[in-house]
Design a protein around this ligand. Structure first.
Ligand SMILES: C[S@@+](CC[C@H](N)C(=O)[O-])C[C@H]1O[C@@H](n2cnc3c(N)ncnc32)[C@H](O)[C@@H]1O
Length: 206
């Protein structure tokens, strides 16, 4: 993807000050479609393409790195995608405030940073004090879409999700096969070319 100029404004700044969920229907121009969340959208390969393919979905993408968040917001505007909100902030801090319990139809977490160093492990997304929060924000039947290239992290995260109550339709500990209809993330596109293994899980809230 070609580089874009760094915008001066913080992406989705108005959402950062909120202490309660906004009226998402108003935010999304009257749409009441499924509300979906992506944590750590990076360069936005998934968010931009998924929002374009599913115009009925109301998609909220979090990315705390300024360069990425503003670049995705720029590309969103260039493609006139009205169903994509990008928020430049820490998802773990903002998500519990911005979404009501049982309001999400899907959570997408793709290639989260593995945070190898012990001192950094608290930055991981699927940790015991945050996984249940995500479980509670999903509606019954809501989907958790996990993808990663780090095998032991994949197993640990799958275990964490199942322990929090998510249902794995393929059986406990079983990864989901590659689905060519899935929209690949920026990182996943690279692995689809190189053939590097990707571990996928698609769980539901019972
Ligand atoms: C390895 S990248 C993967 C990006 C993208 N999902 C993909 O598959 O191409 C992980 C991204 O998550 C972002 N991230 C990690 N923790 C985050 C948090 N708490 N809130 C928002 N973004 C976060 C990082 O800045 C990084 O861009």
């Amino acid at each position: 993807m070609s580089r874009v100029p760094l915008r001066p404004e913080v992406a989705g700044e108005a959402f950062l000050a909120l202490s309660a969920p906004p009226d998402w229907k108003t935010v999304f121009h009257g749409s009441e479609g499924p509300l979906e969340l992506e944590i750590g959208c990076g360069a936005g390969g998934f968010a931009l393409e998924y929002a374009a393919r599913h115009p009925q979905v109301r998609f909220v993408a979090f990315e705390w790195r300024k360069k990425f968040a503003r670049e995705v917001a720029f590309r969103r505007d260039k493609r006139a995608l009205k169903n994509l909100v990008v928020i430049e902030g820490d998802a773990k801090h903002c998500v519990p405030k911005l979404f009501a319990k049982g309001s999400l139809s899907a959570v997408h977490l793709q290639f989260p940073d593995p945070w190898w160093k012990r001192a950094h492990q608290k930055r991981a997304i699927l940790v015991p004090d945050f996984t249940p929060v995500l479980f509670g924000l999903l509606k019954p039947g809501g989907v958790f879409d996990l993808r990663t290239d780090v095998e032991d992290r994949a197993q640990a995260m799958l275990h964490e999700l199942e322990a929090a109550g998510f249902h794995n339709p393929l059986g406990p500990g079983v990864f989901h096969p590659y689905d060519p209809d899935d929209v690949p993330s920026t990182r996943e596109r690279r692995y689809l070319v190189t053939g590097q293994p990707v571990f996928r899980a698609r769980l539901t809230r019972p």
